[in-house]
Ligand binder design. Structure first.
Ligand code: SAM
Length: 209
């Protein structure tokens, strides 16, 4: 297990320039991860490990007056940036960003209708615990959309090993973590698994049993 404090401090430091990196922005893969949730207007949606909350405005755009997005991250500086974005976009009625540890949320059981996790679980020091917590706060039948990195063919190619080492330094605890496997263990059904060609990223849509 990678030390939680070490990872948190890394993201605290990274928060200033996180959006300048490809991963921090909003791209087609992230939009697709939102689209497959097929959110209904009044959904209460959790953005797991939201970072600077870059995807929050897009999530909020899918909701009506009764819907709400909650982005959670354990890095205070990341959340400050996410909240600044929410204020700037004028969406504070439908979105919030909150400091919290995904391994122990203060929300009651079954209070969210859907969850999104983009490049989140592979950067968590305790991903199993976090997955169990996501399962706990989602309603039965709710969808969890996961966009993350993995080694598609299970081969340790040179390019992949290099990427893994670089990403580890960047704060990712294990980019080859079997996140869909964790979801299964936590009681999710895997509905869709799509690997993007020419990339180590994949999209996985799960449903809480
Ligand atoms: C690679 S970033 C992804 C951010 C965003 N989802 C994106 O796609 O750009 C991972 C985020 O997870 C957060 N994180 C790591 N462990 C966490 C935990 N246990 N609880 C809450 N957030 C955590 C980090 O602070 C960081 O902002």
């Amino acid at each position: 297990m990678v030390g939680t404090e070490r990872v948190r401090k890394k993201y605290d430091r990274w928060s200033r320039f996180y959006d300048a990196f490809d991963l921090g922005g909003v791209n087609d893969q992230k939009r697709l991860a939102v689209d497959i949730l097929e959110l209904s207007p009044n959904s209460r949606v959790l953005d797991v490990g939201t970072g600077t909350g870059a995807i929050i405005p897009y999530l909020a755009s899918k909701l009506g007056a009764g819907g709400r997005v909650t982005g959670i991250d354990f890095s205070g500086p990341m959340i400050e940036r996410a909240n600044a974005r929410i204020r700037k976009k004028g969406i504070a009625k439908h979105a919030e960003a909150v400091v919290g540890d995904m391994t122990g949320l203060s929300y009651p059981d079954a209070c969210f209708d859907a969850a999104l996790a983009t490049f989140a679980f592979t950067s968590f020091p305790e991903p199993e615990k976090a997955m169990m917590e996501v399962a706990r706060v989602l309603k039965p039948g709710a969808r969890l959309s996961i966009l993350d990195t993995g080694n598609p063919q299970g081969r340790a190619s040179l390019r992949y090993r290099y990427l893994k080492a670089v990403m580890w330094r960047a704060g990712f605890t294990d980019i080859s973590l079997d996140v869909p496997g964790l979801a299964r263990k936590a009681g999710f059904k895997i509905i869709k698994l799509h690997r993007f060609s020419g990339s180590f990223a994949y999209l996985c849509m799960c449903e809480k049993s």
